[in-house]
Write a new protein. Structure first.
Length: 318
């Protein structure tokens, strides 16, 4: 495929086109990928892609896989805008409702799969890279905006910006959305933009409602040996204050670098550890780390019982 792509690049040219960018993301895909076999992941994502292409976005001109989702481009003209816009939002709403049942009764999907999806929408002029009537790719701020808006659609739902054209929707569609002002990295960091989101599915985080340059990050640090980590199944850390957005909490593990079973002096490696939970007990915020899972990960990396492991909990302050 890459050789064909390279050949097409020889005669590729760029042109402007009006499109609706639909950025779809499967929520919980990363966690799902860690607990099933890679062949099962491939079978599932294949089924999702085929379903979206064959049964929902039939009028799309371009599809691009993103690993855990799909970027879809839908062309429109001045004459077709209203029809295409309403059809696209109705299709996205149908995907949102149907997604959890995409693989029901599929004989090849006999394992648990994600049940939620997030969709970001934007529209406008983009650059289309085309060769011999084959669309190779699209570029432009419309794609970047759709990606940022998709990230807001949590735990699921649909998000689009104020310029998308909600005023062209019929009342029954308008009533499904509510308005909010947000800040977006690389797009609206100091001055907010207005967005609309599905009020029954989406919760816009407090972090997105604060100018990005004013966000302050707090770090809670601890050091334990692998032996000490093994002594507890779970370990609770008190946070000095409530996070601005618990979804933004990260746990970083810093460990010695191991080469051929030996610790390299003054060389460390770091990874993000996802096996933790945030709790608010009696108004006291806590992060509880699964030490049993952490110990297993460290043992796989050939860490010795008496070696020190640094644990950092990073979160945005209120």
């Amino acid at each position: 495929m890459h050789r064909e792509f390279r050949k097409l690049l020889e005669k590729a040219t760029g042109s402007s086109e009006f499109v609706i960018a639909v950025n779809i993301d499967i929520r919980g895909f990363s966690s799902f990928s860690k607990i099933v076999e890679s062949t099962e992941v491939a079978m599932y994502i294949k089924r999702v892609y085929m379903k979206l292409i064959d049964e929902y976005f039939l009028n799309a001109s371009f599809f691009k896989p993103t690993g855990d989702g799909l970027l879809i481009m839908i062309s429109y003209t001045e004459e077709s805008l209203n029809e295409i816009l309403i059809n696209t939002i109705e299709t996205c709403l149908k995907v949102l409702v149907d997604f959890s049942s995409f693989c029901v009764n599929d004989p090849m999907i006999n394992f648990d799969v994600p049940g939620k999806i997030g969709i970001g929408l934007s529209r406008g002029s983009v650059c289309r890279l085309c060769s011999e009537d084959t669309i190779l790719d699209y570029s432009g701020k419309v794609l970047n905006l759709a990606s940022r808006l998709m990230d807001l659609a949590r735990p699921s739902g649909i998000v689009f910006d104020d310029n998308f054209g909600i005023d062209l929707f019929p009342d029954e569609l308008i009533n499904l959305f509510t308005k909010e002002s947000v800040y977006l990295k690389g797009i609206a960091e100091r001055e907010s933009i207005d967005i609309y989101y599905t009020k029954d599915y989406t919760r816009i985080s407090l972090l997105s409602k604060q100018p990005i340059e004013e966000i302050k990050w707090k770090t809670v640090k601890d050091t334990k040996t692998l032996k000490q980590i093994k002594e507890s199944i779970r370990y609770a850390y008190d946070l000095p204050g409530k996070p601005l957005n618990p979804d933004q909490i990260k746990v970083k593990i810093i460990q010695p670098k191991v080469l051929k079973g030996k610790k390299r002096k003054e060389v460390l490696t770091m990874f993000n550890f996802s096996n933790f939970e945030y709790y608010l007990e009696a108004d006291k915020p806590q992060v509880i780390i699964e030490f049993n899972a952490l110990a297993k990960r460290l043992e796989i990396d050939k860490i010795k019982d008496n070696w020190n492991i640094d644990i950092e909990i990073i979160y945005p302050e209120r």
